[in-house]
Write a protein that binds this ligand. Structure first.
Ligand code: SAH
Length: 229
């Protein structure tokens, strides 16, 4: 299978590149894409740069230019659900854009005409992830992820996003990647390891735990690749 694995930042894909061994590098539209074979699959790996716009560009490129048939996202996120602690893993069941707002016209937050508030991740990939988690002896939370072009370091904003979308975690790329895959009918899976609690200490916590949480997520994603038929 031709599998795309993406992150937003170099730290999120570095552990993946370490695992796959030899790879080729190709530049496209201002980003680098790394291709390799691993566990019988063709992989294309890249980090997009942070945010919804860059992640849309990278996801689209991976599907359209590199012909990926499935997309896995590996990265870090801020926690909303207090049960999610630093390093814990969450797989998105569905994703929404928390900063998409045309409520002035009577629409709900996260909605534009002909769009939808929530994009659902692939159920088969989630059930594969559950098998991987039990094999690895890891706990994997399933939940709603909210995405926006903001680093949230504010308890009130965190709580608002939690209340408005029922979200368990927040980040800056998942929902845009989900929109691309949904529109192109490509199954996708968004995994995040918690780096911070999206509160006033978030930037310090993020700096401290980015690397270790990115490794947690990447290790899990590699095991998923090994499991994909
Ligand atoms: N430290 C970086 C900026 C990181 S932005 C720099 O200075 O270059 C945060 C990244 O991690 C995004 O890719 C986002 O998806 C994720 N993330 C982790 N915690 C987050 C939070 N509290 N709010 C929003 N995104 C968060």
């Amino acid at each position: 299978m031709n599998i795309a694995i993406m992150g937003a930042m170099p730290e999120e894909i570095a552990p993946l590149l370490e695992k796959v061994g030899a790879y080729k590098t190709e530049e496209f539209a201002g980003n680098k894409y790394y291709t390799a074979t691993y566990a019988g699959h063709d992989l294309v790996i890249a980090y997009s740069k942070i945010g919804k716009v860059f992640s849309t560009l990278t996801a689209t490129t991976m599907l359209q230019h590199f012909g990926a048939e499935v997309l896995l996202f590996s990265g870090v996120a801020g926690a909303i659900n207090p049960n999610l602690k630093i390093g814990n893993l969450i797989a998105a069941t569905k994703l929404a854009q928390h900063d998409l707002d045309i409520t002035a016209f009577g629409h709900p937050y996260g909605f534009v005409p002909e769009g939808k508030v929530f994009v659902e991740a692939d159920a088969n990939l989630i059930s594969k992830a559950k098998e991987v988690a039990s094999q690895m002896g890891l706990e994997l939370m399933e939940g709603i992820i909210a995405t926006g072009d903001q680093f949230v370091a504010d308890k009130a904003r965190n709580e608002w996003i939690g209340k408005t979308f029922g979200a368990d975690a927040l980040e800056m790329e998942g929902a845009s990647v989900a929109c691309v895959c949904d529109a192109m009918n490509v199954p996708f899976f968004i995994l995040r390891a918690i780096s911070d609690a999206a509160d006033m200490d978030a930037s310090f916590s993020f700096d401290e735990f980015l690397e270790s949480s990115a490794i947690e997520s990447a290790n899990f994603i590699i095991k998923m690749v090994e499991k994909l038929g």
